[in-house]
Design a protein around this ligand. Sequence first.
Ligand code: FES
Ligand SMILES: [Fe+2]
Length: 439
Amino acid sequence: MLSKEKNDQLCKTGPNTPMGKLFRCYWIPALLAEELPEADCPPVRVQLLSEYMVAFRDTEGRLGLIDEFCAHRCVSLWFGRNEDSGLRCPYHGWKFDVNGKCIDVPSESPEFCTNIKLKSYPLVEKGGILWTYMGDPENQPPLPEYEVCNMPADQRFISKRHQESNWLQALEGGIDSSHVSFLHGHNLESDPLFKGAKGNKYNMADLKPKFEVEDYEGGLMIAARRNAEDEQHYWRITPWLMPFFTMVPPRGDYPVHGHFWVPIDDKNCWAWSFDYKPNRPLTDQEREAMEQGAGIHCAYIPGTYTPKANRANDYLMDREAQKQGLTYSGIEGIAIQDSSLQESMASIDPETGERVAWGGICDRTYEMLAPTDKGIMMARRKIFNAIEALENYGELPEGVDPEHHKVRSVSVLLPKDQKFLDGAKEAVRVKQDEPHTSV
Ligand code: FES
Ligand SMILES: [Fe+2]
């Protein structure tokens, strides 16, 4: 349980909020590279951390992320003309470069532009993602080193979907592995990106896993322990890196996957989902399955990043499938099983103070956490401590240092008397070209 004040502190990420300041210490995924595919292509609206921006790739191929609204009379520059090394507002023709600097006001002499500049942030391509850093330029860290960012294009697949909820309830789904055996249990044996892995049988045979959580550079290692044969435990180890990165433990030789949970505003977030294999290209079948929405990805309304199954159509709920046990919740696919429940979480209506569904920010004054929520409890505590250290001492949080990004998820069988981080000490570190440790 969290008080309303504490909950708001974690959930709200606008400028000058405590959590907003924390987020602005990190490089954040802003767009898929495919959204700005070539020089002078159409600009794209970007909303992150409750700020409105527009991104474009200019004639020289340079990337820009600037204030969405024109410096003249606040028109959205999404309507702009991307031409001759800048984005030109279609209202009266003012033109801005990738750094937000005004470079032409056709109705005035050249000196008129001199001091006109829009807010802008760096936008850099790495690993198929366009990253931005929205914080103090003096503290800008080196580019991210999550293993997926260093994969060649044929070894990775990255998608993003719009989720109508606050970022924190999405993240908390990513570090709550106890729901997998229930909500996603049926998918383990039907999904083309999971079925047949040896580890699945341990998941389904032991529905009372024990959770152990260890502090780790950059975040936490969250481990679920299940009984296995021959005096062994089957461990599934999920790294969480501050503030928004989680990685699902692998299954067999399938690609390994994970997420970035990125706030759009306080009631919406991007669920970024990636798969990769460090030691081989993805097969055609794997890539096709991902494109069709298998594994942790989803099918979309064409031309958008909005899932085809969404709140407006009750996520295509199939009560018959639920009754027959074809799916546990009646909803098809892991991503939508998660988003349907996370979007439904009870909120408080700010005007009436009453509980309502679909309000976006989960009201944690009513929740009742269980021992399986240990990872969630420790992650919240770690974020609170980081907020305090940043506010009071200007201390940069863990996970800003790219060295912290070089972690892996693991699934492994260990002797019953071995501690999980002793047994998996090497396996949780990135090793170039080597596959993940996986059962
Ligand atoms: S509002 Fe953009 S040029 Fe006038
Ligand atoms: Fe899930």
